[in-house]
Ligand binder design. Sequence first.
Ligand SMILES: Nc1nc2c(c(=O)[nH]1)N[C@H]1C(S)=C(S)[C@@H](COP(=O)(O)OP(=O)(O)OC[C@H]3O[C@@H](n4cnc5c(=O)[nH]c(N)nc54)[C@H](O)[C@@H]3O)O[C@H]1N2
Ligand SMILES: Nc1nc2c(c(=O)[nH]1)N[C@H]1C(S)=C(S)[C@@H](COP(=O)(O)OP(=O)(O)OC[C@H]3O[C@@H](n4cnc5c(=O)[nH]c(N)nc54)[C@H](O)[C@@H]3O)O[C@H]1N2
Ligand code: SF4
Ligand SMILES: [Mo]
Length: 719
Amino acid sequence: MVETKKSFCRMCHAFCGVEVDIEDNRVLAVRGDTDNALSQGYTCIKGRNMAVQHHHPDRIRSALKRTPDGNFEPIPSEQAMDEVAARLREIIDRDGRRAVATYNGTYAFLYGGLLQIANAWHKGLGSPSMYTSASIDQPGKAIAAMRHGTWGGGNVQVEQADVLMMVGTNPIASMFGGPRFAPTNPAKRLRDEQQRGMKLVVIDPRKSDVAKRADIHLQVKPGEDPTLLAGIIRVIIEEGIYDGDFCAAHVEGFEELSDAVRKFTPEYVEQRTGVPAQHMIEAARLFAGAALSGATSGTGTSMAPRSNLTEQLVLTLNSVCGGYLREGDTLPNPGTLTPPRPFRAQAMGGGNVPQAGERSRVKGIGAYMPGGDMPTAILADEILTPGEGQVRALITFGGNPVVAWPDQLKAIDALNSLDLNVAVDIKMSASTKLCDYVFGAKLGLERVDVGLLGDGWHPRPFQQYAPAIIEAEGDVITEWELFWGLAKRLGFDIVLPGGPMPMDQKPTGDEFFDLLCAGSRVPLDEVRKHPSGAIFPADVKIESREPGHDVRLKVGHPELLAELRDVRSEPVSEGGGYAPDEQFTHRLISRRTLEVYSSSARDLPAVKEAGVTTNFAWMNAIDLAELGVSSGDVVEITSDRASILGVVAETDDVPSGVISMSHAWGDVPENDHLVRTNGAPTNRLVNIDKHWEPYTGMGWMSAIPVNVRAVPDPVPTGS
Ligand SMILES: Nc1nc2c(c(=O)[nH]1)N[C@H]1C(S)=C(S)[C@@H](COP(=O)(O)OP(=O)(O)OC[C@H]3O[C@@H](n4cnc5c(=O)[nH]c(N)nc54)[C@H](O)[C@@H]3O)O[C@H]1N2
Ligand SMILES: Nc1nc2c(c(=O)[nH]1)N[C@H]1C(S)=C(S)[C@@H](COP(=O)(O)OP(=O)(O)OC[C@H]3O[C@@H](n4cnc5c(=O)[nH]c(N)nc54)[C@H](O)[C@@H]3O)O[C@H]1N2
Ligand code: SF4
Ligand SMILES: [Mo]
């Protein structure tokens, strides 16, 4: 008999509500749940193929152990945990606790509670070596906030804005959109707000999906956002159209900022960024002239050079124009399964990046992420650099270092040099193939879950609880069971907000979430009562500034000023854009593709049928003609670090000199010949030792200077 049950999708962070038809423990069909107040029936191609994902023949169905001949043999998960714990014990005894690291990738964010348990696990073990994909995602945002400060009353969101500026984000494909645009059903929400009269400004080197809908699209040269944003701020200051009252009450460093941007004249900005001066001025006037405006940014700005500076300029622009909610305004989402807290119309923090956390042994970089974790951009070096504290064991939860960490060749060297390499994944990936042990993971419909990641970022206080609605086949685990199983074997406690996890008997999924959500504004039991999830209204008004509180937003922060001076003194090439020391003809920029999620979903037949067979190297017709290639031909793309292959595809969306390509495809270099079906890893082009950002260690992962040449179709190496 076919039964229909409710859940939510966890193939990306948008958590769309779904209705699932099930018969004999098999998923037959998945549809958008029109009763879900958040997603209102929206799904994308990935979510609609959840049945195929769950029953995919390539799924790992037991723990796997590498054999001496390099193959993998299935072993029971409990036995694998015994063996991994024994190896960890040896490493800890020999090299100390810091030698044990975890890398918590994309799926450690998507499943509720994994980051919290990872954090608690590291505390219990006494190892500071916790790493996540967030520090190779948009770490510039964390640095910018620490330098500039944040606003305690919350940001103007798309729903309230008269003008929204999107810098380097394309939510229609990514469901992301930055701090002022929550992920859900982006195309409709943007259309609704534009119909209300909201104006949209987009800054992107590519005519992205949102750029095509923009009132003004500033098609900046890759990596030239600092110059463009400085130019916009200059216009706003010179024309006196900033929010004077807000600046007088809450901002410091305005004079220093005015001085620093003075040299970014419209003429200079046009010559360097390729954006016509008049266009830039119109965008500045539109943004600053509106009653409520907000600028938001995504990964385009954080992957490109000078990510800390660009993110800080976005914050600075918002502060100068007062793009924040004010005292007495209603907060759209005060959180649901998090404890209640006051929201105040006052500046918080800012000043400098705390250097008190664990120090890396590499590049003088330290732990700076709000969760206290270490920057992933230096993890390969932490593994490769001998000496006290060297990382010798790595456990990866739902991540794919070989295709995601900046500087692939260094990442592969590091992974191959570990004493113990373990992962929890759903399939054999470019990275799990290098492991000693792999645990098979349960997928969304097979586990109890709560969408904790979205708690504070949904446009409304929405939450949903999802019970397990099918039973997983085989000996597969939820990731938190591995944390728990190893802690039990190694003999330490894991303390969650509601207290320590019981260690004598493994808690159930529900008990785990009860411990996690203790003290939440809405009790988890209340959330459990709503199968389609619900908006749990709250009338939280933004409170006034505390008496005597005199923290201000630092728009003239010394590091911002110093970086702006550096930008202004950089060499600029004749055609505009930063001139690197070597000659390169093109810039390769990052992008997301709707049909896949980083390295996930590309094995779904529907995705291939939709034409997404590889991560195409998108280039314009002029460039293709110059190279003598056409769509479907293979090119070699070379940076100052390494080369990859790419299957070219023609598009009008990028100007000459720009290649737009998605990340996290491909494999190790030996498999480059599979580019047509497997794609190419753009992370290999990143030269992490030549260019890296202060504090984060981020390499240039977008706007990468490259050369391109036509090459014959590749054949396997050695044949
Ligand atoms: N050059 C370049 N590099 C980049 C980027 C870029 O734009 N350009 N982007 C960066 C960004 S923003 C990020 S976030 C990182 C992503 O970095 P990662 O998170 O390391 O990479 P993913 O490809 O998302 O890895 C996800 C892994 O989880 C597995 N998986 C899928 N479903 C499940 C599940 O249910 N449970 C478990 N346990 N595993 C599962 C997949 O098979 C895959 O192996 O890459 C970064 N790297
Ligand atoms: N379908 C799908 N959704 C995803 C993902 C996916 O792989 N597929 N990945 C997820 C992840 S890990 C993340 S972090 C989020 C990211 O979410 P977004 O940040 O929205 O990611 P993108 O869609 O790549 O948008 C980045 C935009 O920046 C532009 N860009 C590139 N370089 C520059 C530059 O130098 N300057 C400027 N101004 N723009 C530039 C690109 O052309 C692109 O349009 O998306 C998530 N959602
Ligand atoms: S946008 Fe697609 S992949 Fe993301 S949650 Fe919704 S249906 Fe799932
Ligand atoms: Mo990301």
